[in-house]
Design a protein around this ligand. Structure first.
Ligand code: FES
Ligand SMILES: [Fe+2]
Length: 369
């Protein structure tokens, strides 16, 4: 059972995939205001551990402080604005020091050292801490928000509160990671993920494991969209052999053992829950026609510790499927850049794309009745 697409729903006009004006508007209204997936909390376990999160002109230092809390700070010095930190990840000893004039900040952002600034009348270090950004941890993932007054995370993500608890997602660790650069607009990638209409022609192997009509949606509007697909062979998974490559995760039972759950988290995160592992995609906009996709395969550490652990069937399966998808996304980008392109009709099997487009246009402030 799939949701009905509003009759007459069509693909977006070309400017949404090409225009610099639209791109800048997205930077403000969407990537500057919505919660964005940054990475796994397990990437920063010890005090001082950090990684950088880049988003357009913005760059955050996401770190774990001495009290074990995750904090996000804009990666710029309060003196003359210099980028503080270049290495994409690492560990700060106990402070962050600017390479220019050696202003020094504590891991909670406080300015602790500013050489010679005592000579400046009225200067107070307490006036110049690092600038924080909102961050939240959900199911082992770190989400950040560049907005000044962000919608509280728990409200934005209310639809999935407790929804995935049986998978025990916070326990999972990254077994493998692949970065792709796709010559396509980020929305073409989100839209591609949102339907399996293309599965029979593009993904014959996937379509054998989960025939394209075995799909349904349980979140059909809003920031989070998607639902399960049922395995043709109960007890299997999405791997080259169709067999699982680890024991079932957490406390999953029943339908969850025979289904793959696919969700789009607007605007930059895809979550795919399998019986034996979890796949995540983070999308980074690089330009109107270019997107970096970071794909991670998450497994339970107990499964990873076993001598016979072999995730290669899952990695190969999704790397193959990803590449098939990126290729058509790139072809779509080429087509929608043409002056001859005009919006085409969505199929009923593409109802989730129509929902995605509504969420997108609403976020952009352009939804017309
Ligand atoms: S710009 Fe950072 S200390 Fe001067
Ligand atoms: Fe696909």
């Amino acid at each position: 059972m799939s949701t009905r697409t509003a009759a007459g729903a069509k693909t977006l006009p070309g400017r949404y995939y090409t225009s610099e004006t639209v791109y800048r508007r997205e930077s403000e209204r969407i990537f500057g205001e919505k919660w964005l997936y940054a990475g796994r909390a397990g990437r920063i376990t010890a005090p001082g551990d950090y990684f950088l999160f880049e988003n357009g002109n913005e760059n955050l230092i996401i770190l774990r402080n001495r009290r074990g809390q995750i904090r996000a700070f804009h990666n710029l010095c309060r003196h003359r604005g210099t980028r503080l930190c270049k290495a994409p990840e690492g560990r700060f000893s106990s402070s962050i020091q600017c390479p220019y004039h050696a202003w020094t900040y504590r891991l909670d952002g406080e300015l602790s050292g500013a050489p010679n600034m005592h000579e400046v009348e009225g200067f107070a270090k307490s006036d110049y801490p690092l600038l924080p950004a909102a961050c939240a941890e959900w199911e082992g993932g770190i989400f950040v928000n560049f907005g000044e007054n962000p919608e509280p995370f728990t409200e934005a993500y209310a639809a999935v509160h407790g929804k995935f608890s049986i998978w025990h997602l916070p326990e999972l660790e990254v077994a493998h990671r692949i970065e792709y650069t796709v010559r396509a607009n980020w929305k073409l990638i989100m839209q591609n993920y949102s339907e399996c209409y293309h599965c029979p022609s593009l993904h014959p192997a996937l379509n054998r494991l989960t025939p394209y009509r075995n799909s349904s949606n349980d979140l059909e509007a809003g920031l989070i969209l998607g639902g399960p697909m049922h395995l043709a062979r109960p007890g299997g998974s999405m791997t080259m052999s169709g067999l699982t490559c680890a024991p079932p995760l957490g406390e999953i039972t029943g339908e969850a053992l025979n289904s793959i759950y696919y969700y789009v988290f607007f605007p930059n995160f895809l979550l795919s829950l399998h019986p034996d592992y979890v796949l995540t995609h983070r999308l980074d906009r690089l330009a109107a026609d270019r997107t970096r996709v970071i794909c991670e395969w998450l497994f339970h550490p107990d499964a990873m510790a076993r001598p016979e652990f072999d995730p290669s069937g899952a990695i190969e399966f999704w790397n193959m499927t990803n590449r098939q998808d990126w290729e058509v996304c790139e072809l779509s980008q080429q087509g929608v850049e043409s002056r001859a392109y005009r919006p085409g009709p969505y199929a009923e099997l593409e109802s989730m794309i129509a929902a995605f487009d509504r969420t997108y246009l609403e976020a952009l402030g352009e939804l017309q009745g």
